[in-house]
Each structure stands twice: as structure tokens, then as C-alpha cells.
Design a binder for this molecule. Structure first.
Ligand code: ZN
Length: 145
């Protein structure tokens, strides 16, 4: 994995926020709801996580983010959870997920690495061009102090 997505994912503050989002989305066979948000760069060395309002079932209402910016700060990554682990539910990013990243003109900022999709066994990254790769094992990532 390129350095930048890894560095973002392993930032202690980001890691904790993603863990909270995962737990908050009520993972299980069914009945989960997606949680998501963005990671913004608030100073050259400091990241912050902004969570979206709670999703309804499988959708999240994403606030506007013109020019890949929230407030004054560049969006460096976005994320959402796939909490339902039953066989009826897709764990990996859906076609809609990929399109939502690739076709969003406001997610094409130079600092933006893509959207992390957190599922039980894998954290995926949808890159700005709509490709998917597996970037981390959540059991390992979230177990770190
Ligand atoms: Zn999704």
C-alpha cells in the first residue's frame, strides 16, 4: 500500500475514530447501519475526523463538500462501514460505492487518497479512480493501543 493511505489509517486519532464508527454501526448478522465521515487535514501535521450524521440502513446522507474541502480544511480521506455480516450483505465495496467516489467531482482533491470501507474482516480502500484494494485487517488495526 502506498505510504499516504497507510499513514492516515495508522494515525492514532483516525484509527480510534474508525474503530468507534465501526462499533457504533452495530456490526452483526443484520440490523447494522452504516456510519461514515471524512478525515480532514487541519494543520500540516494534524488530522481530524468529522463523522456524518447517522445513516439509515444502508445509506448515508453526505453533507456537501465542495472542492474536496470541509470548512477550511482539505479532505484527505472518507470512510464508511459495512456492518452487516450476514450472507445477504456485500462485505466489499459495492458498485454504487465505487461510483460514488469515482464520479464525485468534489472528491478529486490533490490530497484525497480515497474512501476506506470498514467490514468485519477487511478494510478496503476505494481509490479516487474507483479501484478497490484491501488495505488493512481491522482485527489487527483496531487492536493496537
Ligand atoms: Zn458501502
Amino acid at each position: 500500500m502506498p505510504k499516504r493511505p497507510r499513514a492516515i489509517l495508522h494515525n492514532p486519532l483516525v484509527r480510534e475514530a474508525l474503530r468507534q464508527a465501526w462499533l457504533g454501526s452495530n456490526p452483526g448478522i443484520s440490523g447494522g447501519h452504516e456510519e461514515g465521515g471524512v478525515v480532514i487535514q487541519v494543520s500540516p501535521r494534524k488530522l481530524r475526523v468529522v463523522r456524518w450524521p447517522k445513516g439509515v440502513q444502508n445509506s448515508i446522507l453526505v453533507p456537501p463538500h465542495p472542492g474536496c474541502v470541509m470548512g477550511e480544511n482539505s479532505i484527505v480521506a472518507s470512510f464508511h462501514t459495512h456492518p452487516n455480516t450476514g450472507t445477504d450483505f456485500l462485505q466489499e465495496p459495492s458498485e454504487t460505492d465505487k461510483r460514488a467516489v469515482r464520479d464525485d467531482p468534489d472528491l478529486q482533491g490533490g490530497a484525497y487518497v480515497g474512501e476506506f470501507v470498514i467490514a468485519r474482516e477487511t478494510i478496503y480502500l476505494i481509490t479516487p479512480d474507483g479501484q478497490v484494494r484491501e488495505v488493512a485487517d481491522p482485527h489487527v488495526l483496531f487492536a493496537q493501543p
